[in-house]
Ligand binder design. Structure first.
Ligand SMILES: *Cc1c(COP(=O)(O)O)cnc(C)c1O
Length: 398
């Protein structure tokens, strides 16, 4: 009999962990493994941002700040939300947390309880259902397909709403699919949300990683009534290659933000003081660094989509955002590699790693066993060599 709480026991271990641990071990053993698993940009944090943190340290910014973040960073975030997203928030309606993941956690904890239902479109980011379960609520999955470009439609949403529905978690641009919701699509979804009065967590962490001139639109900008139901989640991790700095934020109704602040004041307290100062530099400083990174991602994206499109049995949509491809490989299931059956995304990923030394993330953890996730946050050289190996692997399946 376990001494652990029910809460601890319901968390699923990350299904992606086994493969990435194995890949790491192989690398440590000197094996030439090519990894497509990266969940963070492969660029360094821009130097003006690092310099701001160093200056903050030298100026003695090494003590507590207010638990919900510094007034300076809150003001900077409000300006960013207004300039980039057309969202007018008072600094009292913003909270800064230890990464966007922490903002999501706090928001779900203060909004959801036993018996609540939370709608999550799949493929989804692995963390969402676990955070929902930790709050005692029940994830309700809407499975999307290529037919709707891996996005939900208003009727798909409406079908899943019950009197118990508390929340919808929307992620645009999406990890793992790269799908981006366009303005007209959000307008229609916003109407359903408003009609039913459900809340939305809008995870916009990949806002800046977007291609082909596609516009990032926040669902919170679809009118004052719907804005009151939405908690916008964002952060500096992906746009500024600052994953290790742990700064994310949320903006929403005062009641929700205040409750998140209370929770945070008794758990983590403030996010790191000098990382907050660096985030001011990131959000208010020069933005060319973002464009440079996105241009590099863009050429890798095009190259990979083109090559994967030519592999028999693999197909993928051209993602409009983020830095992942999420190809469907279901036509390969049922085949064998040297006698070992490929039955799903886990056995595909395991065989690919064992035989070709290429690490990909199985789609099973994202609610889509018919797919694998390939990150292009890795060098063009790695991408070319990795795709050569994947091509060879698939050609040997029979
Ligand atoms: C990376 C990521 C986050 C969290 O980023 P933080 O580093 O915690 O700010 C949130 N949502 C999605 C979909 C992500 O991929």
């Amino acid at each position: 009999m376990s001494n652990l709480s029910q809460r601890a026991r319901i968390i699923s271990p990350s299904p992606t962990l086994a493969i990435s641990a194995k890949a790491k071990q192989m690398k440590a053993d000197g094996i030439d493994v090519i990894g497509f698993g990266a969940g963070e940009p492969d660029f360094d944090t821009p130097s003006h941002i690092k310099d701001a943190a160093i200056a903050a340290l030298n100026a003695g910014m090494t003590k507590y700040t207010p638990a919900s973040g510094t007034p300076e960073l809150k003001k900077t975030i409000c300006k960013k939300l207004l300039d980039d997203n057309g969202l007018d928030y008072d600094p009292s309606r913003v909270i800064i947390s230890c990464g966007a993941k922490h903002s999501l956690y706090n928001a779900i904890q203060v909004l959801c309880q036993d018996g609540d239902e939370v709608i999550i479109p799949s493929p989804y980011w692995v963390t969402y259902p676990e955070q929902v379960k930790l709050a005692g609520a029940k994830p309700v999955i809407i499975k999307t397909t290529e037919e709707t470009c891996l996005k939900i439609t208003p009727s798909m949403l409406e079908e899943k709403i019950t009197p118990k529905t508390k929340l919808l978690i929307l992620n645009s641009p999406s990890n793992p699919t790269g799908a981006v919701y366009h303005r007209d699509e959000l307008e229609c979804l916003a109407r359903v949300i408003e009609d039913h009065g459900i809340h939305v967590l809008s995870d916009e962490i990949y806002e800046k990683v977007i291609y082909d001139g596609v516009e990032h639109v926040s669902i919170a900008s679809m009118g004052e009534a719907v804005k009151r139901l939405i908690v916008v989640i964002n952060g500096v991790s992906k746009a500024y290659s600052m994953t290790g700095w742990r700064i994310g934020y949320a903006a929403g109704e005062k009641e929700i933000i205040d409750a998140m602040g209370k929770l945070q004041s008794h758990s983590t307290s403030n996010p790191t003081t000098f990382a907050q100062k660096a985030s001011v530099a990131a959000l208010s400083g020069p933005q060319e660094c973002v464009a440079g990174m996105v241009a590099e991602f863009d050429s890798r994206r095009k190259y990979m989509v083109e090559r994967i499109g030519r592999i028999e049995g693999m197909s993928c949509l051209l993602p409009e955002g983020a830095f992942y491809l999420f190809p469907n490989i279901a036509p390969l299931y049922g085949k064998k590699y040297e006698g070992a059956a490929i039955e799903g995304s886990n056995s595909f990923a395991t065989a690919l790693l064992d035989h070709m030394k290429v690490a990909v993330v199985p789609g099973s953890g994202f609610g889509a066993d018919e797919c694998i996730r390939l990150s292009y946050a890795t060098s063009m050289d790695n991408i070319e060599r990795g795709l050569d190996r994947i091509e060879e692997f698939v050609s040997k399946l029979s």
